[in-house]
Design a protein around this ligand. Structure first.
Ligand code: FDA
Length: 300
């Protein structure tokens, strides 16, 4: 119920627009690394210093104007250049909708090609984040097109989709991030219960660890993490075949602990002024994150 409310809030375009004007509020600064590239590079350096790599996301959604998509493209290219200039251990996560997928497929594809070409020059990996169901097939189509020319691209498999099991097989030779799935999807395409999603999630991770190129296990769920750690041990999966990923600001102790134990760990670092939708989806996943909001209100 609360989940549905936060998902609806995340999709409210008026609130998304208003939030851009007012900087990081409501506790969002705990889960968003900064509003600009310089601040974000400093956050990344701190994580790199304790052995954690990063994937950087220039926040932004609901892009329906070409100018906005072109501005997002320039900003992402500026991040790639900053990664090179600062020599930080980081790559890029991006959302096709931010680059114009809701406007025109070919336009979005051209923007992604331009970004991937620049990233390829510096050896920087580009992860295509997965959004809601309507973006799924076009995003895979973009990946197919990009991979004809470049090998520094990969994507995300969302375990709540029934088709995830076919997608993971088709894309097993890509670096894949495997997640449970963050959007509200109907039973027509997606598992609805936590049990079903969790079970499919673990099965997909195990399959890709055994058969895939490189697996990013992206979850804050300690049950899954502990199970997978044992699976990795039992199956002698080598360290260079996988990493764990979590979002910036969540379970920071566990992130540091995994890195200390010698696991490759990558933190997903979102930044920018367009933080509202991202923040609401995190509240939807875990209403306890409301603590962040409450603390913020009372700390004024
Ligand atoms: P889930 O929310 O299912 O929680 C399971 C259990 O873990 C909880 O019951 C609790 O015990 C524990 N737990 C979880 N969070 C906790 C916390 N903060 N503190 C203490 N305990 C906690 N989605 C998508 O659709 N497309 C994408 O591209 C991505 N990308 C992405 C990247 C990265 C790095 C991550 C970590 C996640 C995504 N996601 C995503 C989001 C993903 O699909 C999913 O919605 C969230 O990760 C929430 O699910 P979890 O697996 O983390 O645990």
């Amino acid at each position: 119920m609360l989940k549905d409310i936060f998902i609806a809030l995340s999709e409210n375009q008026t609130l998304n627009g208003a939030a851009k004007k007012y900087g990081l509020k409501m506790g969002a600064q705990h889960v968003v690394a900064g509003t600009n590239i310089e601040e974000t590079m400093e956050s990344i350096k701190k994580l790199n210093a304790i052995g954690i790599s990063c994937t950087v996301d220039n926040l932004g959604e609901f892009v329906f104007e070409k100018e906005e998509a072109l501005a997002a493209k320039e900003q992402i290219i500026a991040v790639i250049e900053a990664i090179e200039e600062h020599q930080v251990d980081a790559h890029i996560s991006l959302k096709p909708s931010q680059l114009g997928l809701d406007i025109d497929y070919d336009f979005a594809l051209e923007n992604l090609k331009e970004i991937t070409a620049v990233a390829n020059k510096y050896g920087t990996f580009i992860n295509i984040d997965m959004e809601s169901y309507k973006h799924l097939q076009p995003s895979f189509d973009i990946l197919d097109e990009l991979s004809k020319e470049y090998d520094n691209v990969g994507t995300v498999i969302q375990a709540y989709f029934y088709r995830a099991v076919e997608d993971i097989q088709k894309y097993k030779n890509f670096r894949l991030r495997i997640v449970k799935g963050a959007y509200k999807e109907p039973a027509e395409y997606a598992y609805q219960t936590k049990e079903e999603i969790d079970q499919n999630y673990v099965e997909l991770i195990e399959w890709h660890l055994l058969n895939g190129k490189f697996t990013s296990i992206a979850t804050h769920d300690h049950h899954v993490i502990n199970h997978i750690k044992q699976f990795i041990k039992d199956n002698n999966i080598s360290n260079d075949k996988y990493e764990f990923q979590m979002l910036y600001g969540f379970r920071t102790d566990m992130q540091q602990q995994l890195a200390k134990e010698g696991y490759n760990f990558c933190t997903y670092v979102p930044f920018g002024s367009d933080w509202y939708g991202y923040f609401m989806r995190r509240l939807a996943e875990r209403p306890q994150n409301m603590n962040l909001v409450v603390k913020q209100v009372f700390n004024k």
